[in-house]
Design a protein around this ligand. Structure first.
Ligand SMILES: [Zn+2]
Length: 272
């Protein structure tokens, strides 16, 4: 595992990479912070889906950046782009639609009489299933850093408490650690794929909230981006980000209308 992924708490797990690349290509809306993630996927997309090879991949990545990245400077990016083009053939795109949680697994987690531990267990289970999907020889191991795991579990706590909570799951016989020193891998011991499929998880952005929603807490999926967010009232439709966007858009429209009206009749301006 890289240094970076151990420290940072911001793992981005994209279950369906092909769908993700297609969506970025069609609406051209790439958050600058996700540029590296996207470029590495796009390089693999061009290799496996479009049959392109290194020289053509380099050209396509550059063209994409010229068109979509604000103030693109090829010199700043050439090393990364070269690396992504070189590694493009190594792994195909992940096209995971989601993971099924079975009745037995749900029962095990519901028997944990500590809400936070249950949420942590649910997160680990989803991650183990996803890693099993990516690598059939994975055997229920999770190798994300503590920071990443807790961030996906939507649990905010100290580094010390993070270790304490994992140890509690271990005492309950639910997880085991890798025997090697300096290895943070965790093996999930309550994964029973054979059971009756009960809950399908297709979005890994807020795994902790997926569990809370399942447990009947007031969460909802945003009508804009689909992310799970706490429901504050019955008329709420969007997450914070999307509701800001919608408000801005509305404001722009009002301004546009107003400018038009000012051109016509000043007194018909809609005041807000
Ligand atoms: Zn949203």
């Amino acid at each position: 595992m890289s240094e970076k992924s151990q420290g940072g708490g911001c793992a981005i797990i994209i279950l369906n990479e092909k769908e993700y690349v297609d969506s970025i290509l069609s609406d051209k809306n790439l958050e600058p912070s996700k540029t590296n993630t996207f470029l590495s996927m796009y390089a693999r997309y061009l290799y496996h889906e479009k049959g392109l090879r290194k020289k053509e991949i380099l050209k396509e990545l550059n063209t994409f950046m010229e068109r979509n990245y604000p103030r693109y400077n090829p010199l700043d990016w050439s090393a990364s782009i070269e690396k992504y083009a070189n590694k493009a053939g190594k792994y195909p795109l992940c096209e995971c639609k989601g993971v099924w949680i079975t009745e037995e697994e749900l029962k095990t987690m519901e028997e944990i009489h500590d809400k936070i531990l249950a949420r942590l267990a649910f997160t680990l289970l989803c991650l183990a299933k996803f890693q099993n999907f990516r690598n059939p020889d994975n055997h229920n191991w999770v190798n994300y850093s503590n920071g990443e795991i807790y961030s996906m579990a939507c649990i905010n706590t100290t580094a010390f408490e993070k270790d304490v909570k994992l140890n509690k799951l271990r005492e309950l016989g639910l997880i085991e650690y890798a025997k090697k020193v300096n290895n943070l891998n965790i093996q999930v011991l309550y994964l029973y794929n054979e059971g009756k499929q009960k809950l399908f998880v297709s979005d890994f952005r807020k795994l902790g909230y997926e569990w809370k929603l399942y447990k009947g807490e007031k969460y909802m999926r945003c009508a804009g981006c689909g992310i799970l967010t706490k429901r504050k009232n019955n008329t709420q439709r969007y997450c914070k980000d999307c509701s800001d966007k919608v408000r801005n858009e509305r404001q722009k429209n009002i301004m546009r209308k107003r400018r038009k009206q000012i051109g016509g009749n000043l007194y018909e301006v809609e005041l807000f």
